[in-house]
Design a protein. Structure first.
Length: 408
């Protein structure tokens, strides 16, 4: 019942290489050789909607990954090959000089290439690399809250870094891939995904502190447990709508109160501010502001506690914190649709020690931390429950912490 049919890094790389050579026969005689690179997706174990609010997150890089095959070209053009979710060939060419012009235009606004091309071309351009032929093959489901965008950006990023011998540090690579997403595509997301995808390490989760600007590898073998990822197949998009409205309010609160959301009185201060200055609070009712800020404040405290629980090997405690995080994202941050709530409840009822939504929400995926010998039965129960609720049948993966973006 558990769908674990994701390709190995080598299989993905071989598929990308084949894809590239099949569609660029004109370049077959090129003296430039083709290389292959891979970047994983990510799950966030706990700490959602706090990366843009000086918070703490605990992701790891997944077995589901994206591969890129690439070779240099000397004409400054980026030829990009990919596939749409329904299998159509996507084939686009962008001269990097066009991006120079767009970025340097006096009226340049975020969103200069707001589709799949922006993730690729934005990364290459932000890194200052040159032209390339590039083909993408991915097992990270799109729009599923598992960082398909960061996987794409970071696979392209490591390819460009290696091919052009840029010597870019991981930190600068993360900054460039974030810029691709924030500026070129125009999705105002935080740094959780790119950090997890670049810094991932097999067997470790990554504790990211966005206030202290630190990252720590935390052993996460989860012996005796299986982490299930349940892709609800209810799609989301972060370039529009709800994600930006949640973030907009938190950004406005931070700007008005010069806070870090870790202050003990921050919820009351935010409510007072929203009551006195409704227009600055973007028209949000003070009680809505209370819930949103309470989520951000409590989620960071919970994540700090969860990091300690994981270090101590206290998985039951860790699971309870996952459950509390989910409740906060559902009731205070209001990002959990019914299909995902159904999957979470079913997982817990069948014996998961913790289950929660992961990532940006409004669709996407949930995760369930399961005693290993119960994982199959829990997966079956989730599918029965979502079918009974009339929701799409989820895709379920078993995953574990993997290495980050690299050459294969
Ligand atoms: C998306 C964004 C991240 C983060 C999460 C929620 O994945 O890309 O920056 O905000 O949502 O934790």
């Amino acid at each position: 019942m558990i769908v674990s049919a994701t390709r190995s890094p080598e299989e993905l790389a071989a598929a990308a290489r084949e894809f590239l050579t099949a569609h660029t026969p004109d370049s077959a005689a090129s003296s430039e050789s083709v290389g292959t690179w891979l970047a994983p997706g990510r799950v966030n174990l706990i700490g959602d909607h706090v990366d843009y609010a000086f918070g703490v997150c605990l992701p790891f890089a997944t077995t589901m990954a994206t591969a890129v095959a690439a070779r240099k070209r000397d004409d400054g053009v980026l030829r990009m090959l990919s596939q749409s979710p329904n299998g159509e060939l996507l084939d686009a060419s962008v001269p990097l000089a066009d991006l120079d012009a767009a970025v340097n235009a006096a009226d340049a606004q975020p969103g200069i290439l707001p589709d799949w091309r922006g993730y690729i071309a934005g990364t290459v351009h932000a890194l200052g690399a040159g032209g390339m032929d590039l083909a993408v093959v991915s097992d990270v489901p799109l729009g599923s809250g598992l960082s398909s965008s960061a996987a794409l950006e970071c696979a392209v990023g490591v390819a460009a870094r290696d091919l052009y011998e840029l010597g870019t540090s991981d930190e600068d690579l993360i900054a460039a891939t974030m810029r691709a997403e924030n500026f070129y595509v125009g999705a105002n997301t935080g740094g959780l995904d790119q950090n997890a995808v670049v810094r991932g390490r097999a067997g470790f989760a990554l504790a990211l502190d966005f206030l202290e600007d630190t990252h720590e590898q935390v052993p996460c073998g989860l012996e005796g447990y299986t982490l299930l990822v349940v892709d609800s197949r209810v799609e989301h998009s972060h370039a529009t709508g709800e994600y930006s409205s949640r973030r907009g309010l938190i950004d406005a609160t931070a700007a008005a109160l010069s806070c870090t959301f870790r202050e003990n009185d921050i919820v009351e201060r935010a409510v007072t501010w929203a009551t006195d200055h409704p227009e600055d609070a973007l028209g949000n009712d003070p009680e809505v502001v209370r819930r949103r800020v309470r989520h951000v404040h409590s989620e960071t405290a919970r994540t700090i506690e969860a990091v300690e629980a994981l270090k101590a090997g206290d998985i039951e405690h860790f699971g309870r914190l996952m459950n509390d995080s989910h409740a906060s994202l559902r009731d205070d941050y209001e990002i959990v649709p019914d299909a995902l709530e159904t999957a979470v409840r079913a997982a817990r009822a069948a014996g998961a020690v913790g289950a929660r939504i992961t990532g940006g929400g409004f669709g996407g995926s949930t995760i369930a931390l399961c005693p290993a010998d119960r994982a199959e039965a829990i997966a079956t129960t989730i599918i029965e429950a979502t079918d009974k609720g009339g929701f799409p049948t989820p895709a379920i993966y078993a995953t574990s912490a993997q290495d980050g973006a690299r050459k294969v």
